[in-house]
Design a protein around this ligand. Sequence first.
Ligand code: PMM
Length: 265
Amino acid sequence: MGVVNVTPDSFSDGGRYLGVADAVAHGRALRAAGADILDVGGESTRPGAERVDAAVERARVLPVISALAAEGAMISVDTLNASTAAAAIAAGALIVNDVSGGLADREMLDVVADTEAHIALGHWRGPSADMYARAQYDDVLEEVLAELGERHHEAMAAGIPPDRIVVDPGFGFGKRGEQNWALLRGLERVTAWGPRVLVGTSRKRFLAELLEDAGEDAGGAVTEARRDLATAVTSVLAAQAGAWAVRVHDVAATRDALAVWRAGR
Ligand code: PMM
């Protein structure tokens, strides 16, 4: 899954693809690089980000979704808003990627249930603006599994069949450095549960922190290229653990890493 952010403030590529034409061109490039799904988002979820009006979000993502879906791309829409999800599905999106697992907008699950769309439910403990305040766990893996289980249960209760539900442990969402590593090490527990598992570690802070901690000899500033290389490794670890998909910015690096993993495993 390749990331097409149509936002002015996303932490890693914010602003670069804000124009419709640029975002569409970026989506095409990601497909050419091997992405099976394009995840189009118009609201940044980076730590500290402020919410965007749903109408602004729709104005950003809908033309991009329409254009890419018309070319045959499989589109997911990265949104917390049920109104945006409904409009995106009408414009051709097949998957709704809700990092809040239906918690941010209480209409989300009903909206998806009324369509043929799939939904990716993320583990989330509250808005990005203050999400680290909720990063308190006795056992992060068990608590993420239990809380995702509740979201999955609620999605089914809303009428979404299990074969249309994907779960995502929500790397970085209300989780501090080590908590993310504990989740990654325990990912097989999540994939063993049953639903398809989506993993989003791309360019995230916990990767940069690890590389910073690796010391001065490790190569200086933690550039985007270094975060992408780290992401290619986490993509392999996720694949090894049985993930269904990885959500990444640098599709080519992850594609190469997965090709090497397949050949050498
Ligand atoms: N992370 C970001 C945005 N959307 N969606 C899913 N399903 N999982 C994630 O981990 C995730 C996501 C982080 O934002 P970015 O687009 O700025 O990298």
